[in-house]
Design a protein around this ligand. Structure first.
Ligand code: GLP
Length: 263
């Protein structure tokens, strides 16, 4: 695992955006062989999305031959609801870049048959040739996408019930009331993320310090689903100083040291 420690959230976001831009450009994608990108929602990726929008506007990258798959979506929230992940992605990224509509995939939390929706999502990922780079965030309890503590680490796209912790954490987007946060969501599984060729996790802020510690130093456990990243051949976490408060000084120094020439 690579752990990139940046001084601030802004620097973390720029690092992540530059990484994505370089990957897309290096792949030189075409309509026949697009670059397949897995994308997250939440507050963590907002800075990276801003930097990606800027890069696209400046002509440093194009998303014309990029195919995207989002991680998750609430069940039963209308797509046009301002807090749906459909709205989030339109507002923060897709309305501002040149990615064709037909290349964008987001789970439909209002599908009549939710299980069929999930199975079809996995099928579409496979048909696209698998995900080249899956970007994610982490919840304060170490969840990745909506794979709450106790989720099968090999699970695939399916319906999950959100924990009280997550509903409380996300209530800031729903007028402060956890009861307004949908109780269930469709989400890719840890197995879906792990099948990507590369995984890049964004982790910022003091409230993520315990999750970062579990991700890097703890055992692989279903109680911190992000810990599964330890089993990935090409896993990267980019974090800020504030998120590093719970890792040991030795761990901190080691990752700083091995990454110092890679800036
Ligand atoms: C939600 C999302 C996750 C995200 C997490 C953290 O639960 N389903 O994908 O990683 O929130 O969100 P934030 O980045 O706002 O801390």
């Amino acid at each position: 695992m690579r752990v990139i420690i940046e001084p601030t959230y802004e620097k973390l976001s720029q690092w992540a955006a530059d990484y994505v831009v370089n990957k897309i450009n290096a792949a030189n994608p075409t309509p026949e062989k697009p670059f397949v990108l897995g994308l997250p929602t939440g507050s963590s990726p907002i800075g990276m999305y801003k930097a990606l929008v800027a890069a696209c506007k400046e002509g440093r990258v194009s998303f014309k031959n990029v195919v995207t798959f989002n991680m998750d979506e609430y069940v039963g929230l209308p797509e046009e609801h301002p807090e749906s992940y459909h709205s989030f992605m339109a507002t923060n990224l897709f309305n501002h870049i040149d990615c064709p509509k037909e290349n964008v995939h987001i789970l439909n939390g209002n599908a009549e048959d939710l299980e069929a929706e999930c199975a079809n999502y996995e099928k579409m990922i496979a048909e696209a040739g698998g995900i080249d780079l899956f970007i994610g965030g982490i919840g304060p309890d170490g969840h990745i996408a909506f794979n709450e503590p106790g989720s099968s680490l090999s699970g695939r796209t399916r319906i999950k019930t959100l924990t009280t912790d997550t509903r409380v954490a996300n209530s800031r987007f729903f007028g402060g009331n956890p009861d307004n946060v949908p109780a269930t969501a469709l989400t890719v599984g840890p197995g879906t993320v792990m099948a990507a060729k590369e995984v890049l996790i964004l982790c910022n802020g003091h409230n993520k310090a315990r999750a970062l510690q579990a991700a890097i130093e703890g055992p692989v456990t279903q109680m911190w689903t992000i810990s599964v990243l330890q089993m990935h051949e090409h896993g990267i976490i980019v974090c800020d100083e504030a998120a590093c408060e719970s890792i040991t000084h030795g761990t901190y120094k080691y990752f700083k040291d091995i990454e110092k020439d890679n800036l």
